[in-house]
Design a protein around this ligand. Sequence first.
Ligand code: SF4
Length: 222
Amino acid sequence: MSDRTEAEVQRLRAVLAVLAREFPDTTPPLDYASPFQLMAAVLMSAQTTDRQVNVVSPQLFAAWPDAAAMATADPEAVAEVIRSIGFFRTKARNLVAAARMIRDEFNGQMPDRMEDLVRLPGIGRKSAGVVLAHVYNTPAIIVDTHFGRVTRRLGFTTETDPVKLEHDLAAWWPHDTWNPASMRMNFHGRRWCTARSPKCSECPLQQYCPYPAGSAVGTGAT
Ligand code: SF4
C-alpha cells in the first residue's frame, strides 16, 4: 500500500466516522421480511422510488411471500399488483422468472454469491450487492448514481463506469468499510451531496472533501 493510499484510507475512515453519526441506521429503506423479499424489493426499485415499492410490497408479499409461491405465479397477476411502479410488466416477469430459477437451479435457496445472484433475471451487480451486504453480511461495494457521485466528488475515484468504479475502490478500500460506505454515501448523496446543487457550505464532510475548491472546473459534477 502506497503512502498516498494509506493517507487516503485514513481520510476514508474519517469520512465514514462522520457519516456513521449522520446516518446511524444502514438498513435499506425497503420493507421486507426475508432474503427473497429483499431481492424482490430491490428488483422492483429500479427506476422507482423506495417509497413506491413499499406501497406495493405488502399486497405482493401477502399473495406470494417466498420463491416457492412466486414461482407458481402468473406474471400477469403479479403485474396487476405492482402496476403503480415503473416498468411493472418487465419487473413482474423478472420476479416470476427469478423465483423459478431459485426453485429450479438453487434448490429453493437464495443464492449467496455475486456470480449466482446476477444470473437472476432483473438482478444486476448493484441489486446483488444489496442482498449480499444485508442478508449475508458479505462485503459489497454497491454502486448507484448517488454513491458514484459522492465518491467522485470526495476524490476517492475518477471512474464513471459502475463496474470500473467498483473495482477501483475495491482495490484499496478495506473490506470492513464496503457495506457501511455503500449505504451511508448513498444516503449522503440524497440528503447533502445532491446532483445539481450540493449543499457544500453546510455539509458535514466539508473538511474532508476536495470538491468545493474544484467544483468551479466541474470536478465530478455528475
Ligand atoms: S462538501 Fe459538497 S461535494 Fe463534498 S461531500 Fe459535501 S456536499 Fe458533496
